[in-house]
Design a protein around this ligand. Structure first.
Ligand SMILES: Cc1cc2nc3c(=O)[nH]c(=O)nc-3n(C[C@H](O)[C@H](O)[C@H](O)COP(=O)(O)O)c2cc1C
Length: 171
């Protein structure tokens, strides 16, 4: 897929078919996250990949809006170091966003849908994923083939108008 088509095709997918992902596609998606830029090349992330059916079902209980994780072919948990300093926390969230988007676009390029999920219950996430005490699970990215319709460029996305968002020179 062209980059522009992948950007226009990506959407948050919340229902997946039971078709598994190939290791090649999964690894390419993870490699895209690893290549993401980060502040001072900090690379604060670790990615835990979950494909086991019981484990994805367990993960779907870590947040009120994580139910779609249960039907994913694979879910990537973005795990990061706990930060006390607010400036560092902001940098971390920016970096995690970039890694997430790199993975979502790499997946879309392969026709694979992705869906974010916020993690409210850290204790439950830690039980399922076993990451150390100085880390937290920032987000889950559920992956799989969309069960509604294949990814294709969205002509009219649900977004604020271009002219409202874009400012030239000054606000
Ligand atoms: C930081 C962040 C957290 C999100 N958390 C959730 C979530 O917990 N559950 C969910 O279903 N969608 C989640 N989303 C998806 C957004 O709701 C979605 O991207 C947005 O509505 C735009 O829709 P689109 O991605 O299909 O264009 C999250 C997105 C982001 C960027």
């Amino acid at each position: 897929m062209e980059t522009w088509d992948a950007i226009r095709s990506r959407r948050n997918v919340r229902a997946f078919t039971d078709r598994p992902l190939s290791n090649e596609d999964l690894n390419r998606t993870l490699a895209a996250g690893r290549r993401a830029p980060s502040s001072r090349n900090w690379q604060p992330w670790d990615f835990i990949v979950v494909t086991d059916r019981q484990q994805v079902a367990d993960l779907s209980t870590v947040g009120r809006y994580a139910a779609h994780v249960a039907s994913s072919a694979a879910t990537i948990a973005l795990v990061a170091p706990v930060q006390r300093d607010p400036a560092q926390r902001d940098e971390l969230q920016y970096d995690l966003g970039q890694a997430t988007m790199c993975m979502a676009l790499a997946a879309a390029d392969l026709g694979v849908g992705s869906g974010h999920a916020a993690v409210a219950d850290q204790q439950r996430a830690r039980e399922v994923l076993g990451y150390p005490a100085d880390r937290f699970c920032a987000y889950l990215l559920a992956l799989g083939y969309p069960s509604d319709r294949p990814l294709r460029p969205i002509a009219h996305p649900n977004r604020r108008p271009f002219a409202e968002v874009v400012h030239h020179g000054r606000w």
